[in-house]
Design a protein. Sequence first.
Length: 381
Amino acid sequence: MKVLIIAKAYPPDVGGVQSYSEFVARAYLKAGVIPVVVTSWEGRRGWHERNYPEGTISVLNLGMASQPIVFARMLISCGKLCRKENFDFFHSTTWRPALAILPWKGKTPVVLTVHGREVLNYPAIMKTAMSHVLRTTDLLVTVSNASMEMAESALSGAQPRGEWEVDFNGLSYIKEATDFMRPSRNPEDLVRILSFARLVERKNVQGCLRALAILRDRGITNFHYTVAGTGPMREMLTALIDELNLHSFVTMSGYVKDEDIPKLYRGADIFLHPQTAPSGGLDLEGFGLVIADAMSFGAAAIAGVAGGPKDFVKHGVRGLIVNGENTEEIAAALESLLTNSEKLDRLAGDGRTWALKTLSWDRHVTQILNNLRRRVLISAT
């Protein structure tokens, strides 16, 4: 069995969709489905052979250029591949690349993944094209209930032809998380709080800093907060640390190399991610993979109510959900964990157990394949 994966971007480029495309390709290969990837990144154009523990994946890099040029290259390349090879199905990892495969699909089924923000933020001129892709795809997979709601709203009441389902993402470091033995904390140890994100408004690190300043002023000082990641708000956040006089409580660690990310999670007791939905709700967290990854290493999650994380951060059971717009609410959630080590350990342990048991790319891909087989869109073998 063979699948053609059409992705707008792919590693070594960094980003959520890039990681999703690579994880899905590897999971297909592990499941016995041969993936061929058509994508674009900054680097040598042409075919590349990517070697993974699961085997080798052929990846066609179309190179970087203006969007119309990259789309034209993708359209032509997909046409050539479809004439040359027989694919059992296509998988477009966002909706725009799907436009390059629709003219060539014939009766071959198309799987489309919706993450969330891409169906809220697009040029008005693309509205009809996006609606057509969503409406005509054979199997539409959303990564959370929130992204399902976004996709449904994008259709403006139109009825889709295919089947739609929610299929959670997997974990980024499942082996490292499974192998990690979290040491017991001493009561006198500082609680290590971590935020790891692109430093943009919706990640709400500014709200985290203000909440921690409230706790400091109340005399709750048994914590150290690490902010990892880069982004356009770095200077503003540094200035806010100065303004709030939080220097002794906060470390801005900056960019983290891929190989150092598991170590970052191992060193966290609380993962703080009270994301918001700015721009009138158009800038929304579709899933929140970094939250799930942190949970898998045993960090207790505090996440925002906006977007997809509330699907898996079950409030009071596997973490805490807060209104990210309410600084007092963030502070109260933090205080409840900083002053109650038993609650902290319980939420962290239950969250970790659930994440390791439930979230995997193998399960993600198996759900897609089972759906296609059930609907007799691909062979049962």
